[in-house]
Design a protein around this ligand. Structure first.
Ligand SMILES: C[S@@+](CC[C@H](N)C(=O)[O-])C[C@H]1O[C@@H](n2cnc3c(N)ncnc32)[C@H](O)[C@@H]1O
Length: 504
């Protein structure tokens, strides 16, 4: 056992390695619950602002939490960060208003927003934070003091990236350590390390490891093996806070001007700075637009004109693509297995003044009375393409889960092929960066079912995104596409989409 006091802030001349063993195990993660952004950032990071009502329950923090304003929020942030990184628990479940983490739900709205900002920043900027701590902590921390690591990460995220006064971040981290029976003896270390980080932040930011190094091993290795030299650029974009992308019913240019936003070549309206709640923005209440990443809006565009066509949206909820199909004049049947997610889909359509027939069913057991003219299969997937928006995803997914999903996706696609009339079209899409859930699934479906053929996507279908069209005519987007200056204005979710035709 190490002697008390033997862990100190490192001398600049003799840094020792601080070992991080995160990201070794993985578990499944339930569906996502998107949140609106919050403005807590110093330039780059921002996270979600909750519109949930404040609960009357007091924060479930320990000992002196009630005496120190803001301490409970930091304690919750530290525990949830540990749950993501060390136990592969999804943030969605923990931050969910129903059944989420009790201590988190007991916080005020402002503190919940701060917790989300800290978590998003600590995960997105993990490489820089880990590099700084490695240089500042003299020797590896003992196994039993793992919570101390997360106290330091929470403090460092605030000092390096968030608009929280450094002295508050330091004081609250020290209070956190005092309040933690296993961290108490390291309170002086926390104080010394974070004070020094505050003094030397520019130095530490300048020598930070590239963002790729902050990703869990399996995810980093997979990115490098798939995307080679582009993996660094993809990881760098995933470290940027996401933009807010809107799909508008009509008059995209007008709405872009009204919202002080950019109209992308694909028609998506993109906001970079967003303050306040999405629901309070002009156009929300009257259903003029809905939130949808620019890449997520692409699969429906691949159908071409849809007026009057009968379209099956086979994995539809929460309905971003259902809304696009209905707004384009299609007669839509929206199918989804999840009753809860279909409730959200119905609410979204009602706000937008759009209609679709909604069917709760397992797609694999569903057959329509009449075959559809076209079907969209936006299949359940690992959602690794959304890691910029959901920075916990790389930590909570695994290669084994991706393999399982790929098998399900192939079964869903094979079934979908039988639901479209001869001569009809199928668009298959996933928000995964992994070809096992995209390119490989479509290749297997084409070789299994001789009724199917590929319809290459024409450049004119995706203005300004020729780089996303692959040699075989399918579409592959990554966070490193749609480059802009500054970088955080650009990027797309990682998506795959292909158009298939059933022989007539
Ligand atoms: C990627 S999400 C769809 C997102 C949706 N297309 C949109 O744009 O808002 C996948 C959906 O598939 C649904 N799902 C998963 N397995 C299913 C199955 N066997 N049958 C029907 N729906 C399923 C999930 O409930 C989830 O809502």
């Amino acid at each position: 056992m190490e002697r008390r006091g033997s862990y100190g802030a490192a001398r600049a001349t003799a840094p020792t390695r601080w070992v991080d063993r995160a990201g070794c195990r993985f578990a499944s993660r339930p569906g996502r619950s998107p949140e609106g952004p919050v403005v807590l950032s110093r330039g780059a990071p921002a996270s979600a602002r909750s519109s949930r009502p404040q609960t009357a329950r007091p924060p479930q923090a320990t000992n002196n939490a009630s005496a120190k304003p803001g301490l409970a929020a930091r304690q919750v942030a530290g525990r949830l960060l540990a749950a993501v990184v060390d136990r592969q628990v999804s943030l969605d479940g923990m931050l969910n208003a129903t059944g989420g983490n009790a201590a988190y739900l007991a916080l005020s709205n402002a503190d919940r927003a701060l917790v989300r900002a800290i978590l998003a920043t600590a995960l997105r900027r993990r490489a820089a934070i880990e590099t700084a701590l490695r240089h500042l902590v003299e020797r590896p921390l003992p196994e039993g003091a793992r919570s101390l690591h997360f106290i330091l990460c929470v403090g460092a995220a605030q000092i390096l990236y968030l608009d929280v006064p450094d002295h508050s971040a330091v004081d609250l981290a020290v209070a956190q350590a005092h309040d933690d029976p296993r961290g108490r003896r390291f309170a002086k270390l926390v104080n010394a390390v974070l004070r020094r980080l505050s003094r030397e932040k520019d130095v530490h930011l300048a020598k930070a490891d590239p963002p790729l190094q902050g990703l869990p091993d399996w995810f980093r290795d997979r990115l490098v093996s798939i995307y080679g030299s582009k993996a660094d650029a993809i990881a760098a974009m995933m470290a940027e806070p996401p933009t807010l992308d809107l799909t508008v019913r009509r008059d995209a240019e007008t709405w872009a001007e009204r919202l002080d936003a950019e109209c992308l070549p694909t028609g998506t309206v993109r906001l970079v700075e967003q303050t306040g709640s999405v629901a309070d923005m002009p156009g929300f209440a009257e259903g003029a637009w809905w939130v949808q990443d620019a890449a997520a809006a692409l699969p429906v565009k691949l159908f071409g004109p849809l007026e009057g066509m009968r379209v099956g949206d086979l994995c539809a909820a929460p309905g971003g693509k259902t809304a696009q199909l209905a707004a384009a004049g299609a007669r839509v049947t929206a199918i989804d297995r999840s009753a809860n997610r279909l409730v959200r889909l119905r609410e979204n359509l009602a706000r937008l003044g759009l209609e679709a027939e909604c069917v709760q069913a397992d797609l694999l057991a569903y057959t329509p009375e009449t075959l559809f003219d076209a079907v969209l299969l936006d299949a359940p997937c690992s959602s690794t393409g959304t890691a910029r928006r959901h920075p916990d995803v790389p930590f909570t997914k695994s290669p084994a889960e991706i393999e399982k999903l790929a098998d399900l996706q192939l079964r869903l696609l094979s079934h979908a092929a039988g639901l479209v009339r001869p001569g009809g079209y199928i668009v298959y899409s996933t928000c995964s960066l992994d070809p096992r859930e995209g390119e490989d699934v479509v290749a297997r479906a084409l070789s299994d079912d001789e009724r199917l053929s590929r319809v290459p996507v024409a450049e004119a279908t995706l203005p300004g995104l020729a780089e996303a069209i692959q040699a075989d005519g399918s579409v592959r987007t990554t966070p490193a596409m749609l480059e802009r200056v500054p970088a955080r204005v650009g990027g797309l979710d990682g998506f795959y989409a292909a158009v298939l035709r059933r022989a007539g």
